[in-house]
Design a protein around this ligand. Structure first.
Ligand code: ARG
Length: 525
């Protein structure tokens, strides 16, 4: 009879859905629409004035301007991707970005993973300290131990940006003019390191000279100590697999150096970033607060960044939640079918039984892996490995957070189904329903009622978990706050603003959950 035939149909549909979801639809979706003009994708980290920094929503500076001139010469469209500095070379290496341009110093070590064009600038490292600090030269950072050996002063701490040459030098031992890695605190951005310096978490920051100058220009309480050694050269990084692009970019770059374009661009952005900015010189608490508020939210309409970031956070959360529920239903369906209907499956034997066994195994594996690894790591794997070819960060984030949430939702659904009295299954059977009809008409509706509050709480966690999206360059709410912080060097206002916005949304959502719970409880009576 047709009733019996439904089982393989259902399963086939399931398999089809799973394979389309993970096999074809996902990469296609993630790859996004095909571009018209050939794009040149440049990865940068916009925390490095005058080389790259944010102006409103745009990344500007020497590197973007030079890259734009190169793209124009090559008849390409420049697209800038703003990521953390330590992600740039990895992304160029895997071909995710065409070029990396971010004040990147050429080094033998880096040449192992990417190719470099000819250099377009020279630079030196500089040390930033607080004006009121006891350090007047780099010799003050060291002392001698009992045996007369040069050692770093025990309490001295230096702040650096992770993955930069500044970190490399600082990690070296004192006899090589470093400090030893115990004396080095690594920050995600140079601006974070500067903030840490301002509040005395570290005693000095080592960073390239021009960014150092602009940081000092923006912070009247800091000064630069000269460091005569450590000269470097900046180049554009290109994937080793793309010698043709390297050749083209290199030719274009050399033309632009020869005709003075690069020098002109440099002069323009150096002037724009290293002129001292007025600090807040109000001396009342209220006056300073007002100045801080204006600096962090009003000037340059930075409140808009928060608003846009919030929009991004909500979009990612919404679509991840939808994907999570779909995956959750599939996984929970497979697992409970296996648990509850195994006997009859066994009796039927053959294809259906074998298929269910495999599906159940896959479902378990999925749950184990997803729940056994941190979501940030999953995000990085999704971004740099699985969907490396895609440039749609938001889609990747939705896939990763959705797949992650799916694992938790699956267990919520499963426990919901398991919580329903076995008598309900029997009732279904006695009505002449088969297993799937029983599930659909009797069990699932009741299950939803049981799990709804837990499910909504999962969405609340999901909302907060998406705050790691900034790791792959997505400007969500958290990252928007970071961007403000990176420009204004004040931690307090942007961080509290971000926290309050999250809190408001969570409170709003929780109150909805409470109302719903009450309604459900009433409808039980
Ligand atoms: N020149 C240094 C390096 O290559 C620092 C570059 C940092 N760049 C940045 N956009 N934060 O390691």
């Amino acid at each position: 009879m047709c009733k019996k035939k439904r089982v393989p149909y259902f399963l086939m549909a399931l398999v089809l859905l799973l394979t389309t979801l993970f096999g074809t639809a996902v990469p296609a979706l993630a790859a996004g629409a095909a571009p018209k003009k050939k794009t040149l994708i440049m990865a940068t980290c916009s925390d490095f004035p005058p080389y790259e920094y944010k102006s409103g929503n745009d990344v500007v500076g020497i590197d973007p301007a030079v890259a734009k001139a190169i793209a124009d010469k090559l008849g390409m469209e420049l697209q800038i991707v703003d990521v953390s500095f330590d992600s740039i070379l990895a992304g160029v290496q895997t071909g995710k970005y065409d070029i990396g341009m971010s004040g990147i110093t050429v080094s033998e070590e880096r040449k192992q993973s990417v190719s470099f064009t000819d250099p377009y600038t020279k630079s030196v490292q500089a040390i930033i300290v607080r004006k009121d600090s006891p350090y007047t030269s780099s010799a003050d950072f060291y002392t001698k131990d009992a045996s007369g050996k040069k050692v770093t002063k025990p309490s001295f701490m230096v702040g650096v940006q992770t993955g930069t040459t500044g970190q490399l030098y600082s990690d070296e031992s004192p006899d090589k003019n470093g400090f030893g890695s115990d004396h080095v605190t690594k920050y995600k951005t140079g601006a974070d390191a500067v903030q840490a310096l301002k509040i005395s978490k570290v005693d000095a920051v080592i960073i390239d000279q021009l960014p150092a100058k602009s940081f000092v220009a923006a912070n009247s309480d800091l000064k630069i100590l000269p460091v005569p050694y450590l000269t470097e050269e900046y180049s554009i990084a290109v994937s080793k697999d793309n010698p043709e692009l390297l050749r083209q970019v290199n030719n274009a770059l050399n033309d632009l150096i020869a005709d003075g374009t690069v020098a002109k661009i440099r002069a323009k952005y150096i002037k724009a970033t290293t002129t001292a900015q007025g600090g807040d010189n109000s001396n009342t608490w209220w006056g300073r607060m007002k100045a801080q508020f204006s600096l962090n939210f009003v000037q340059g309409q930075k409140w808009k960044w928060l608003l846009q970031g919030l929009g991004r956070t909500l979009i990612i959360t919404l679509f991840s939640a939808i994907l999570g529920v779909i995956i959750g239903i599939l996984l929970a369906g497979i697992r409970t079918t296996w648990d509850k209907d195994r006997e009859s499956l066994e009796k039927k034997g053959g294809f259906t039984y074998g298929l269910m066994k495999v599906l159940n195994f896959i479902a378990n594996l999925y749950l184990t892996i997803i729940r056994g690894t941190p979501v940030v790591v999953q995000l990085l794997i999704g971004y740099f490995i699985i969907f490396a070819a895609s440039n749609s960060e938001t889609v990747i984030a939705v896939l990763v957070f959705g797949m992650n949430s799916g694992a938790y939702v699956a267990e919520i659904f499963r426990s919901g189904i398991m919580a329903i009295d076995n008598g309900q299954f029997e009732a279904g059977r006695s009505l002449g329903f088969n297993y799937f009809q029983t599930m659909r008409h009797i069990i699932i509706p009741q299950m939803f009622k049981v799990v709804l509050p837990t499910l909504l709480n999962e969405f609340i966690s999901l909302l907060k978990e998406t705050s790691v999206a900034g790791y792959v360059g997505i400007v969500d709410l958290t990252k928007a706050g970071d961007l403000i912080r990176g420009q204004t060097f004040s931690a307090f206002m942007p961080l509290f603003a971000v926290a309050i916005i999250y809190l408001c949304i969570v409170l709003l959502f929780s109150s909805l959950v409470k109302k719903l719970e009450k309604r459900l409880r009433n409808s039980d009576r």
